[in-house]
Design a protein around this ligand. Structure first.
Ligand code: GLA
Length: 358
C-alpha cells in the first residue's frame, strides 16, 4: 500500500460560499462557488500500529476506519477518506477548523479535503486533484451517508485566490472566473443564521429524489439538459422543482456573463431571483434565511440569497462596502425583533484551495 515511508504532513482545505447555482450539481448543471479564507487543518502522523486516532480539541476517537459503529459523525468524515483512499489506518489525525460548523459553508468538505491532501502526501499516493475530490465525495455519500453532489469538494480542492470556479457537472469542465468584489468596493457578506442544517436530515435527499424523478418523467438523464419550455407534463409536485433547476443554470450563465462584462450591478437581481426560486419552487429556504435576504436588500445590498443546501445555514448579500455596517445592523435588529438567536457575520474573501504545508 504505502508508495513511500509514511511521514507526518499537515493538510489545509477551505470552506466555501456558492455564489450561484444551487441544487444543480446533482442535476448535471453549472454552479459558481468560491472558497473562503477560513479553512480546516488536518495534521496526519504515522503511528506504530494500524489504528486510526482522531482528535479535535477535547474530542477524540480511536478505532479502525472499517469499524465506525461507535464513531461520532465528525469522525466519519475523516475515517471515510481513509476508507475511500484505501488506507486501513496507521495514523494519528489532529484536526482544527476555522470554518463555522453546520452553517452551510462546507465545513465537512473542508475536513475531508484537508485529510485527503495530507494523507496523499504522507503516503506518497500520487492521486490527482480530481481523484482526491472523487474520494472525498464518496467518503461523504458512502461512509457518512450524506448524498451530496460534489460541488463542495470540487471547490475546496480546486479554488484559486480572487477567483470563483465555474463547474459544469454535465461535462466535468471547470473554468476559473476572476472574482474580486473588493476591487469594486463591494463585499460578499455572509449571514450565518445559526439555524443548523444537517444534510443527513432527509430534506436534501428528498429534493434530490424528486429532481431525479422529474428527469425520468422527461426522459433525460439530468434536469439541466432541458429548457423552460420542456416541462409540460410534470405533475404539480415535480414541476416547481424542475423549474428551479432549469432557471438556476441560466442564472449562473448570466452571472458569469455579467462578471465578464464587469457589470456587477447585474448580479443583484440574479441573486434575488435565485433566492426566490429556492424559496418558492425548490422550497429549501426558511424564515431566518428569507428575513436575512429581505432585510439585507432593504438596507442597501445589491442582492441576496441563501447559499448551500438550505434548511438553515447561511445567506450571502452582495453589499457595497460603505453599506456593510448598515446591513449587519438591520439584519441583527430584524432577528432580535423576532426573538431569534443573533446571527453571525463575516465578509467572504475568495481564497485558495487545498494544499499541504511545507
Ligand atoms: C450541499 C451539497 C452540494 C450541493 C449544495 C446545494 O452543499 O453538499 O453538493 O448540492 O448543497 O447546491
Amino acid at each position: 500500500m504505502p508508495a513511500s515511508t509514511p511521514r507526518p504532513v499537515t493538510g489545509v482545505a477551505p470552506g466555501r460560499v456558492n455564489l450561484i447555482g444551487e441544487h444543480v450539481d446533482y442535476n448535471g448543471g453549472r454552479c459558481l462557488p468560491f472558497a473562503l479564507r477560513q479553512s480546516t487543518t488536518a495534521r496526519v502522523s504515522p503511528r506504530d500500529d494500524d489504528r486510526l486516532a482522531v482528535r479535535s480539541g477535547e474530542r477524540s476517537w480511536e478505532g479502525r476506519p472499517s469499524q465506525l459503529d461507535d464513531a461520532p459523525s465528525w469522525v466519519r468524515y475523516v475515517a471515510g477518506v481513509f476508507v475511500t483512499l484505501d488506507v486501513p489506518g496507521g495514523f494519528d489525525v489532529e484536526v482544527s477548523s476555522e470554518v463555522p460548523i453546520g452553517a452551510g459553508l462546507s465545513s465537512s468538505a473542508a475536513l475531508e479535503c484537508s485529510v485527503a491532501v495530507a494523507l496523499d502526501a504522507a503516503l506518497g499516493l500520487g492521486y490527482s486533484p480530481d481523484e482526491l475530490v472523487a474520494a472525498c465525495v464518496r467518503a461523504e455519500s458512502e461512509v457518512v451517508g450524506a448524498p451530496t453532489g460534489g460541488l463542495d469538494q470540487a471547490i475546496s480542492v480546486h479554488a484559486r485566490e480572487s477567483h470563483a470556479l465555474l463547474l459544469d457537472f454535465a461535462t466535468d469542465e471547470q473554468r476559473q472566473v476572476p472574482f474580486d468584489p473588493a476591487a469594486h468596493d463591494l463585499a460578499v457578506l455572509v449571514v450565518d443564521t445559526r439555524v443548523s442544517h444537517e444534510l443527513t436530515d432527509g430534506g436534501y435527499g428528498a429534493r434530490r429524489d424528486q429532481a431525479w424523478e422529474a428527469a425520468r418523467h422527461l426522459g433525460v438523464r439530468h434536469l439541466a439538459q432541458v429548457g423552460p419550455d420542456d416541462l409540460a407534463g410534470l405533475d404539480a409536485a415535480l414541476l416547481p422543482r424542475a423549474r428551479h433547476v432549469v432557471s438556476e443554470v441560466r442564472r449562473v450563465d448570466e452571472v458569469v456573463a455579467a462578471l465578464g462584462a464587469g457589470d456587477w450591478a447585474a448580479l443583484g437581481p440574479l441573486l434575488d431571483a435565485s433566492h426566490a426560486s429556492l424559496r418558492d419552487d425548490y422550497e429549501v429556504s426558511c424564515a431566518e434565511l428569507d428575513t436575512a435576504c429581505e432585510t439585507a436588500r432593504e438596507a442597501g445590498a445589491l442582492g441576496a440569497r441563501m447559499t448551500g443546501g438550505g434548511f438553515g445555514g447561511s445567506a450571502i448579500a452582495l453589499t457595497p462596502r460603505p453599506r456593510l455596517g448598515a446591513v449587519e445592523s438591520a439584519v441583527r435588529t430584524a432577528f432580535a425583533a423576532r426573538g431569534w438567536t443573533a446571527p453571525a457575520f463575516f465578509v467572504a474573501e475568495p481564497g485558495a484551495g487545498a494544499r499541504v504545508l511545507a
